[in-house]
Design a protein around this ligand. Structure first.
Ligand code: TMP
Length: 194
């Protein structure tokens, strides 16, 4: 079962992925961008350099996703896959950044993944004040420098998308204590993964 953890930066996705992974026997933990050798190069171009035009940036994220889906996700669909981000980030960040229509972005993502989308999404939501607090404590990458307003719009788009696309999902509150979040996410996944 292919599960993606989604939400804007700082919400705690990777912490929860690692904690959930410890509770299952045969888990594959992976990420976008950067889940393959080519993806790691693309990740560095996008996040360390950060001077690509919006559409070049989108196409690079899609190239990362094509590699990741074909080489990592599709061969392991019989296992439990926990991925830090997916096409949901792909659509939401690009839609808000460059105002590209959702439908166009969906088509591009269908092409890149050959229609392989996550079965389940764990979506983290964070309030503006808390996002401010967390962003002040970290060094921003090229995309995070677009600011809190951008990230809140991305978050709103992500929430709309999981509804629009009718993907099974749980929305969790990023401000909850780590242990409680793990219990909630674990029991949701356990019920779905039988
Ligand atoms: P992260 O791995 O630390 O979450 O950083 C990835 C950054 O890239 C994050 O700011 C979200 C952004 N992103 C996009 O803009 N488009 C995408 O398709 C993906 C996967 C991530």
């Amino acid at each position: 079962m292919y599960i993606a953890f989604e939400g804007v930066d700082t919400v705690g996705k990777s912490t929860q992925i690692n904690r959930i992974a410890e509770r299952f026997a045969d888990v594959l933990v992976t990420r976008e961008p950067g889940g393959t050798p080519l993806g790691r190069k693309i990740r560095s171009i996008l996040l360390d350099e950060g001077d690509a035009l919006p559409r070049s940036e989108l196409l690079l994220f899609l190239a990362d996703r094509a590699e990741h889906t074909e080489r990592v996700i599709r061969p392991n669909l019989n296992r439990l896959i926990l991925s830090d981000r997916s096409f949901i980030s792909g659509i939401a960040y690009a839609h808000v950044y460059d105002n590209i229509e959702i439908d166009t972005l969906l088509q591009l993502n269908r092409f890149a993944t050959k229609n392989t989308f996550p079965e389940l999404i764990v979506l983290f939501r964070i309030e503006e004040d808390e996002l401010h607090r967390r962003m002040e404590q970290k060094k921003e990458d090229a995309i995070e420098t677009r600011g809190i307003g951008y990230m809140l719009e991305v978050q709103k788009t992500m929430i709309e998308l999981v509804d629009l696309l009718k993907i099974r999902h749980i929305i969790v509150d990023a401000a909850e204590p780590i242990e409680i979040l793990t219990e909630k996410i674990y029991s949701y996944i356990k019920d779905c993964y039988r």
